[in-house]
Design a binder for this molecule. Structure first.
Ligand code: DP6
Length: 324
């Protein structure tokens, strides 16, 4: 048995969304995306290789089975291939992301797993290679390797080696808040993976892909200038356009609930009254980007929306790290 390696990574919120693949096997995106890594919502993964007949995977204290176990085992196969090893692995992951907050813990999980598993297998990957590895587990995990504002480049190569994330600005570059309104603790009825397949059937999908470069340029410039209005407006647009693609798919894909729309309306009302707050939801939960001083009032306003179960507030967070 190799010594266990343990790593931790935070979830991230996409400001310009990844919603479609150009290669499902390599998990290559149709477009680039930009995100903010969030502090305090993380997954810790420990990995050791050696012994046993099959991988043993424990997620939050329970033995993983079915598709979930298979997804992690396939990911470990990539690490084994890269490191030239054959031993089975013992994996445990523990999440601090409350269930159903609608912030993909798979992004944090595969970022932490990429770091922990590669180290346990005896290889030291540089950040771009780690990001490419994490991407194979879950696309959004490519971004959770880094802290702060992050861009995942679409890349051009068919082998995907240039489809990696890179930091745009560290967490302390710009202090903003993300207020999360939880409207449903139930897991998403349609996973992101299945949702993206369905989105590709929408007549609006080509327009979504064609518009991505302009959204990315707008978001990059807004981050550089620390312009909350500009970033909020493009992020809100990207989220709503993602839903518009789904609404027009066959069968349609609607992630919203009544409370989701209630939160959107409340955020727009706050904005009309002079509070710069922007709703960036991938449904059914709503995440609101705002200034630190406005986070309290925004959280209070969302708590009062019928159907909102709980509200939490996050600051920018750091990238994936090995645990001491
Ligand atoms: C709406 O990264 O979970 O959060 O690559 O199939 O694992 P897979 O999908 P995933 O999708 C995230 C979708 C999103 C937008 C985003 O994070 O950019």
């Amino acid at each position: 048995m190799t010594a266990a390696a343990t790593a931790r990574a935070n979830v991230n919120l996409a400001l310009v969304k990844y919603w479609g693949k150009r290669d499902a096997a390599l998990n290559l995106p149709a477009t680039g995306s930009i995100s903010l890594t969030l502090d305090g919502l993380s997954v810790e993964a420990s990995v050791a290789f050696g012994g046993g007949e099959a991988d043993r995977i424990e997620i939050d204290g329970a033995e993983a089975a079915g598709d979930e176990a298979l997804r992690v085992a396939r990911f470990l196969d990539l690490v084994r291939a890269e490191a030239g090893r054959r031993e089975r692995a013992l994996v445990t992951t523990r999440s601090t992301v409350p269930r159903g907050v609608g912030l993909a813990s798979s992004a944090a999980a595969f970022a932490a797993l990429a770091l922990a598993a590669s180290r346990a297998a005896g290889i030291v990957l540089d950040p771009p290679a780690l990001s490419a590895l994490a991407r194979r587990g879950s696309g959004s995990a490519a971004r959770s390797i880094f802290g702060g504002f992050v861009e995942w480049r679409r890349g051009e190569r068919p082998d995907g080696r240039d489809s990696v994330a890179e930091p745009l600005a560290p967490p302390d570059f710009w202090d903003v808040r993300v207020v999360v309104a939880v409207t449903s603790s139930a897991p998403k009825a349609v996973s992101s993976r299945a949702g993206m397949e369905r989105a590709a059937t929408s007549p609006f999908y080509p327009a979504w892909v064609a518009g991505a470069e302009a959204d990315l340029a707008e978001a990059r410039a807004a981050i550089r200038a620390r312009d909350l209005d500009a970033l909020g407006l493009v992020a809100e647009h990207s989220a709503l356009e993602m839903h518009a693609v789904g609404l027009a798919a066959r069968p349609p894909l609607v992630y919203w609930r009544a409370a989701t729309v209630g939160c959107l309306e409340r955020v727009w009302q706050l904005r009309a009254e002079g509070t710069p707050a922007f709703a960036i939801d991938a449904g059914p939960q709503v995440k609101v980007l705002c200034a630190p001083a406005d986070a309290g009032p925004v959280a209070e306003a969302l708590r009062a929306v019928p159907g909102v179960e709980r509200v939490l507030t996050c600051a920018p967070g750091g990238g994936a790290e090995l645990a001491a």
